[in-house]
Ligand binder design. Structure first.
Ligand code: ADP
Length: 249
């Protein structure tokens, strides 16, 4: 009948509109990533000049300067170093999910590599790391490694003074998803900071001067989303944090 015909036309129009919106979104996203990458490359050059200039100033002229002058050179040099780290982090962020294809990834193997890469920090703080059985999933190997590496290195970095870090990694299956957790007994995160920590360059300012670019968890968020999953955290200040993430099985 006429009614059904109309319904189908309307349905098709909606589907077309949705497809177009999806394409627009993808294009905007690509453009943004390109923008970030080009921008970062262009920022690197003047930054290198600033670093070089401050080094030369320090090397050749610092003997003519008073302590205040030397201090200013140090400020410039340190700030330039931090900016270089931020630019690299941004570049790294824009590259997540590019140039890679999904494959079977044995997460046990991934974790073995991550633990090996972090061996120095693990030994330095005598951390205890327990890794349960882990599955093999379809995903982006390099990115999954980065995901676990960021979570594990945060668990080590934000440990409590005088307490041996005890970090546990486990998972369970929930229908067609795996839910992983990385649990630590570190300093924890205050409730008001919880919603912001996954944003790019977002750091919690504590009076401890822990180094970091504030991009690690933004990487994690992007990687998990790349796998159509999500990441969240439970934490109790002074007791510890558990980062959970859900990936398609
Ligand atoms: P970075 O570590 O470079 O500052 P991240 O994006 O990895 O940046 O983390 C954002 C913030 O979240 C950190 O500044 C830190 O305060 C907090 N955080 C992350 N992981 C933990 C953890 N396991 N325990 C306590 N705080 C954490």
């Amino acid at each position: 009948t006429m009614g059904t015909l109309l319904d189908i036309t309307a349905l098709k129009e909606t589907a077309d509109k949705l497809a177009k919106r999806q394409l627009d979104l993808e294009m905007a996203n690509n453009e943004l990533e390109q923008f970030v990458s080009i921008c970062s490359h262009d920022l690197k050059e003047p930054l290198a000049t600033i670093r070089f200039g401050s080094e030369m100033l320090d090397k050749n002229f610092s003997h003519q300067l008073e302590s205040k002058g030397k201090e200013y050179i140090r400020y410039i040099h340190e700030a330039a170093g931090r900016l270089a780290n931020q630019i690299n982090a941004l570049l790294e962020h824009s590259r997540i999910g590019q140039n890679s294809e999904k494959q079977d990834v044995d997460l046990k193997q991934v974790l073995d590599t991550v633990v090996m890469d972090l061996a120095k920090s693990i030994n330095d703080c005598k951390a205890k790391i327990s890794i349960g059985k882990l599955p093999t999933i379809k995903g982006y190997e390099v990115e999954l490694r980065l995901l676990f590496q960021n979570l594990l290195s945060n668990a080590l970095k934000y440990c409590k003074k005088g307490v041996t870090p005890d970090i546990r990694i486990s998972y369970f299956k929930d229908n067609d998803h795996y839910i992983f957790s990385v649990n630590d007994n570190g300093i924890g995160i205050e409730e008001i900071d919880l919603e912001n920590i996954f944003k790019i360059f977002n750091k919690i300012h504590r009076n401890d001067n822990i180094e970091g670019t504030g991009i690690g968890l933004a990487h994690c968020d992007k990687i998990v989303k790349l796998h159509d999953g999500k990441i969240w955290v439970d934490s109790q200040p002074g007791v510890g944090s558990t980062f959970h993430f859900k990936l398609k099985a």
